[in-house]
Design a protein around this ligand. Structure first.
Ligand SMILES: *Cc1c(COP(=O)(O)O)cnc(C)c1O
Length: 452
């Protein structure tokens, strides 16, 4: 064993803060490999920091989720939420597994087409859709989910000059007993806007009313809320049939199921407290089956689950840059990855594991990133073994929303690697370089030379 590094002793004020019910013992084990591939070898080949996606975990999570719904209800379709992770290799795993695409912008729409998703299997959500984007979606027979009255009028106007009736649904927002209520997207159920929109769609004669959509929130901790949503959507579906003579072919319940990430400040780990996919499937399918649809008229159930399908499959590997003592005696460790690439650290307490053996002396510490910016804190307080410069760590459950919300702020975005089911690694997104960052800049002529 190599000589241990000397650590200067410190006298510390005892912090009698909250222990959890297991005391202050750390649960940490070193994590030296992912799907059989050593962390050290990935960092050696692809640099540090580096994101890693596990193809095996994506497929397994997806299959489990589909099974949870399909064993309880006969007509189920998943649609991959592009904004959750739209690296094409990741999307195509979902598409190979049978998932349609759910997009919320024109650029995501074109990404889905580029990946080979047939237009009629793309769900186009979101508050902004330009005329050109709508025309393309209509031409491709995509499912257009209308968000507001202005969009409804925009569509009707576009269709004045077309001889094709686009397939549309409306997004409905509603009180499901979870607050704050997400009422900024879609049409409200309780105040009658949703019904109003449906009557206008049918009266226009220009649109083909096909479905009803909702996405009631994200990281939802109540499966009951989905049962409420099903009941309200079903009520609208029955009214469409009886009063507008329009038959609703699908109910799209959106996404919002939580991953196993623990929210900041939570008392117990999320893996112990959050409902499972089966709990959500049970609540949703029971509600539809009991809503009163005739057996041969059961609507297709669409799900747009994002984070619950991909968070677990993503890892961020990084290295320790330095240790320091803050003025109050706390230990601070500076990592080579910051909040610019780990956006979700603003609301999660990500599990972080050392990637090599360690002594069992641990200490509460703050983990900072490398940015020269005060907000760059990856964990505010985490009990970890003492890490030294060059030591490697694994950040768990980073597959959702990091590889889309990341930014080049001070540091550029790193390599993203996928481990396939046979344990081979593939580069699926290259690390950025200066040329990439500057490729869209233009220099006015009078500024092109300087002399100092
Ligand atoms: C973001 C989003 C999703 C996915 O949400 P998760 O909370 O990640 O499951 C699904 N549908 C719509 C309309 C969305 O905007």
């Amino acid at each position: 064993m190599s000589k241990l590094r000397y650590e200067r002793p410190v006298i510390q004020k005892m912090n009698a803060g909250l222990m959890n019910k297991f005391g202050t013992r750390t649960e940490y084990e070193p994590v030296k490999q992912i799907d059989g591939v050593s962390v050290a070898s990935i960092i050696k080949e692809y640099g540090s920091p580096v994101f890693v996606m596990s193809e095996r975990t994506i497929r397994k999570t997806y299959k489990e989720a589909v099974r949870a719904f399909k064993t309880r209800y006969p007509k189920v379709q998943f649609a991959w939420s592009y904004k959750t992770n739209y690296i094409n290799a990741v999307c195509n795993i979902f598409h190979q597994e049978g998932s349609w695409a759910e997009v919320v912008s024109g650029f995501e729409y074109n990404k889905a087409l580029g990946n080979g998703v047939p237009g009629n299997k793309i769900i186009f959500n979101g508050p902004e859709k330009t005329n050109e984007e709508l025309l393309l979606a209509i031409k491709n027979d995509s499912l257009i989910h209308i968000d507001h009255f202005d969009e409804l009028y925009q569509l009707i106007e576009i269709c004045e000059h077309l001889d094709k009736k686009p397939r549309v649904a409306i997004r409905v927002n509603m009180d499901t007993g979870v607050y704050p209520m997400w009422d900024r997207f879609g049409f409200n159920y309780e105040n009658g806007s949703a019904w109003n929109a449906l009557t206008k769609i049918v009266a226009s004669g220009k649109l083909q009313l096909t479905g009803l959509h909702c996405h009631i929130g994200t990281y939802m901790l109540s499966s009951d809320a989905y049962a409420v949503a099903v009941n309200k959507l079903s009520d609208l579906a029955f009214k469409c049939k009886s009063q507008l003579n329009a038959s609703i072919q699908y109910l799209d319940l959106g996404g919002g199921f939580p991953s196993a990430n623990t929210l900041r400040g939570a008392y117990l780990p999320a893996s112990d407290t959050n409902p499972s996919i089966d709990d959500f499937a049970e609540a949703i399918t029971n509600a539809i089956l009991n809503a009163g649809f005739k057996t041969d008229e059961l609507p297709l159930l669409i799900l747009e689950t994002g984070r619950a399908l991909v968070d677990e499959a993503g890892y961020l590997l990084g290295s320790v840059l330095a240790n320091k003592r803050l003025s109050d005696g706390r230990r601070a460790t500076i990592m080579d990855f910051g909040v610019n690439i780990l956006f979700t650290s603003f609301w999660y307490e990500h599990k972080i594991s050392p990637a090599q053996d360690f002594t069992h002396h641990t200490e509460d510490m703050v983990l900072y990133g490398p940015l020269c910016m005060n907000i760059d804190m990856v964990r505010e307080s985490v009990n970890l073994p003492l890490l030294n410069r060059g030591d490697q760590v694994v950040v768990h459950r980073v597959g959702a929303y990091n590889m889309t919300q990341w930014m080049q702020f001070i540091q550029m975005r790193p390599n993203v690697v996928m481990i396939d089911e046979s344990g081979n690694t593939h580069l699926i997104r290259k690390a950025e370089d200066l040329k990439y960052i500057e490729q869209l800049e233009e220099m006015p002529k009078h500024l092109s030379s300087i002399s100092l």
